[in-house]
Design a protein around this ligand. Sequence first.
Ligand SMILES: [Zn+2]
Length: 310
Amino acid sequence: MTIDEALTKIKQKDRCWVIWDSDTGEVLSVDRFERNNSLGSPNRCQIGRLLTSANISRTVLELQERDILRANLRGRILTEWYEAPFENVLLLLERGQYEEPMQKDFDSDYLVDHLWKVHRDDWQPVARVRLSTLIATDLLSPSASQHLGWCLHALDGREADLLALWRNPASTYPYNDTWHLMECLAHTGTKDAGLINDLVRMIGQDGLFEPRRIAVRTLAQIGHAAWPEAAAAIRSNIRDGEPWITAFRDRALERIGSPDEEWTRCSHCCFGYIHPQKGHGVAECPACFGIGVTRIDSRRHSSFANENIS
Ligand SMILES: [Zn+2]
C-alpha cells in the first residue's frame, strides 16, 4: 500500500502493528494491536514494528522506508565486498573511500575483521607491509587500526607484545576487543600460564554465557598446555544444555585433554571461521566448533581422550 494509505489506517487506531516488506520498504499491513492477540512475528522478508498512532506522521513512514532501502543497499555492497578476493578487499582498505551508505567508522572495522577471519592465509609478508602502513591513518577507524595492529602482531609471532596488552592494568577493553585480543594471542601459539589462569577464571564468572564460551574456545585453541585446570573449570561450569553446548564442551575437553600433536588444522575453515555461502558476515565452523583444529584420527586416540574427558 502507499504511505498515504498506511497513514490513514494507522490513524484509525491508537496502537497498531505495522509490517513492511524488507526488500522494497513498502507497508504490507496495518493491524490493530491488542493485548493477548497473536499477530505473530514477521518472517525473514518482513519487518514489524509496534507503533503508537499519535507519534506517526508521513515523515516517520518515509524515514522508515528510506532506512529499509538503505540497509538493503548496505547489505548488497557488504556482500559484494565479502565475496571479493583478498587483494580487492585490501585495495578497498587502501583507498579508504566509503561512499554513502557505507561509512568508514563501521566498514573499515568489518573489512579488517573479515580479512582476519576468512583470509588469514593470504596475509603474506608483502600484504602485511601494505596493511601495516594503514595503521593510525585516516583510512581506518581507530578500532580498525587497533585490531589490525593486533592481527599483525599475531601473525608476526609477537606474543610478548600481545601479552603486555592483555596484562596492562590500565586497559579495559570492550567485549569485542577482548575477544579479538584472545584470538590473536591464541594464534601466536601462546602457552602462557598467566593467560590460561585468566581464561580459566573467566569460565567461572557469573553472567552472560558468550564471554565464557569464548574463553573455552580460546583455551581449546591454546590446547594441552591448559590441562588440567581448564578441563576442571569447563566440567564445573559448562553444564549440559542444548546439544550444541554439550558437543562444544566435549570437543574442548577432548582438545585440551590430548597432546597437541594429535590435532591438525580443520580442513573446512580458516582458523575456525567460514564465510557463509550467502550474504555477508562470518560464522564459526560447525566442523570444529570454531576452534580451528580437528583430531588427526579420533578412533586411534579415543582411549586417551576417554581417560581425560571422564
Ligand atoms: Zn573448522
